[in-house]
Design a protein around this ligand. Structure first.
Ligand code: NAP
Length: 416
């Protein structure tokens, strides 16, 4: 009878808690629920992980790509991993198993689970590679263990005082310290203090809202778009640790920063590239960065189109409403969708996309179009559905196009 070959040594998949920014990407990507988390760490269940590697490319920091040779009987438990502040060293007495590549080795931990695995395209919904013409990003220059500092040089409320949504535009300056960024990347902020267990807060991730040459051109600074969290997802009162810390910062205060992160959600740098940008609320941050880079004309000879779909509860809660409306119509095709305007029916970005289907379709058919989706997790299904309907209605097979967009680094999703 052919059964799984028993092995004593396996390569166990682990997540580095020092680099992990707790963005949940790995847990969402894992097709077999091998990844979980508590209030502190993201961890891998050794008995479930089959080493399929689906989680590795999307991880913005590389924290996911860690492996230790362990005796199978001594594989680190989830509870052990929760207690770690750093990864344990490789035990030198445990040598690599015969099948040393991570996927083969981890497969030894379970034998049947992989048989039920869908093809990667079924669960990886966006690209795991950057656009071909993207600039090369720097990542992980600063980590939880070795953060850098930035000084607050601006902190402005973006939303109308009359609205409950308190969204801030925060500018952080790195002075002479190197912190090179690209549009679409994010940084981590380390809020001061400790959590309920007495451990230092882990970093919270924010997309950079400014272009690579600075919020102020030629300055070593970045801006963030931060919404003050006052309720949890269930609607119960809850004070977001980092968002409240950031929204209350005064000019001149110094913050601890890690990063930069992200090596796929990046903008194309060829001049005839089109940007189709779809966002809700503070998910507008990377769209602002890309738009501003193109507005400043840093991409020489740019002829590509910019089309934006931007959703918010009301006009007063839409970050950057004023500056956005000042952008020339022939520079960016802006489409707003408000869901809670009194007396008006609820309208989401996907509704606006359907209304503009005849203009979205030619963009989808163009191999120079790059699609970016950022904002609420809930919008992802609706936006993909709208893209599929628009494509199909215009004779473009969505399944093939979707595969192509992913493969060519032209469909980027960042939703939380
Ligand atoms: P929000 O105000 O709660 O929502 C923005 C708009 O999206 C509202 O009109 C909302 O409508 C609508 N919406 C809700 N469900 C939707 C769906 N299924 N499809 C389409 N639209 C939908 O947004 P927010 O509080 O600013 O949150 C933005 C999200 O972006 C957060 O999850 C945040 O983590 C994420 N994000 C932030 C950054 C950053 O740098 N700050 C970066 C990346 C991502 P309703 O009236 O139904 O609520």
């Amino acid at each position: 009878m052919n059964g799984p070959v028993p092995v004593d040594i396996v390569r166990q998949h682990l997540i580095d808690p020092e680099i992990c920014i707790r963005c949940n990407t790995c847990e969402e990507t894992c097709p077999i629920d091998a990844i979980t988390h508590d209030g502190t760490n993201y961890v891998v269940k050794a008995e479930v992980c089959n080493g399929c590697m689906a989680c590795v490319p999307p991880c913005p920091t590389g924290a996911i790509d860690n492996w230790r040779n362990v005796f199978k009987a001594n594989a680190y438990t989830v509870d052990e991993q929760y207690s770690w502040d750093e990864l344990p060293a490789q035990n030198p007495t445990v040598s690599a198993p015969a099948s040393a590549s991570p996927d083969h080795a981890a497969r030894d931990l379970v034998d049947e689970a992989s048989a039920a695995l869908p093809a990667s395209s079924d669960f990886v919904r966006g690209s795991t590679v950057p656009p071909w013409s993207a600039a090369r990003p720097y990542v992980n220059l600063y980590t939880h263990k070795a953060p850098t500092t930035a000084t607050v040089v601006g902190n402005y409320r973006l939303t109308d005082d009359s609205t409950p949504g308190d969204i801030h535009h925060i500018v952080l300056d790195f002075g002479a310290l190197p912190f090179p960024v690209l549009e679409g990347q994010s940084i981590g902020i380390l809020p001061p203090g400790t959590n309920a267990d007495g451990r230092a807060h882990h970093a919270r991730q924010y997309s950079i809202a400014s272009p690579r040459d600075g919020e102020r051109p030629g300055y070593n600074n970045v801006s963030l778009t931060v919404k003050r969290v006052t309720h949890d997802h269930a609607g119960n009162a809850a004070r977001g640790v980092c968002s409240n810390y950031l929204c209350d910062l005064k000019k001149g205060e110094v913050v601890s920063v890690i990063g930069p992160f992200g090596n796929t959600f990046l903008m194309p740098n060829h001049p005839n590239s089109h940007l189709l940008m779809i966002c809700t609320g503070t998910g507008s941050a990377p769209m602002r960065a890309m738009t501003e880079y193109r507005r400043r004309g840093r991409l020489k000879g740019a002829t590509g189109k910019l089309m934006l779909f931007f959703g918010a509860r009301t006009q007063a809660e839409l970050p950057y409403f004023g500056p956005l409306m000042n952008l020339p119509k022939d520079f960016i095709d802006t489409n707003l969708a408000f869901s809670r305007t009194p007396g008006q029916p609820r309208r989401y970005v996907q509704d606006a996309m359907r209304e503009r289907a005849t203009d979205v379709a030619p963009l989808l058919a163009d191999g120079n179009t790059h699609v970016y989706v950022c904002g609420l997790k809930g919008m992802e299904d609706g936006v993909l559905q709208a893209l599929a309907e628009i494509a199909e209605a215009h004779g473009i097979g969505w399944e093939r196009l979707w595969e192509r967009l992913k493969r060519e680094g032209r469909l980027h999703l960042e939703t939380y």
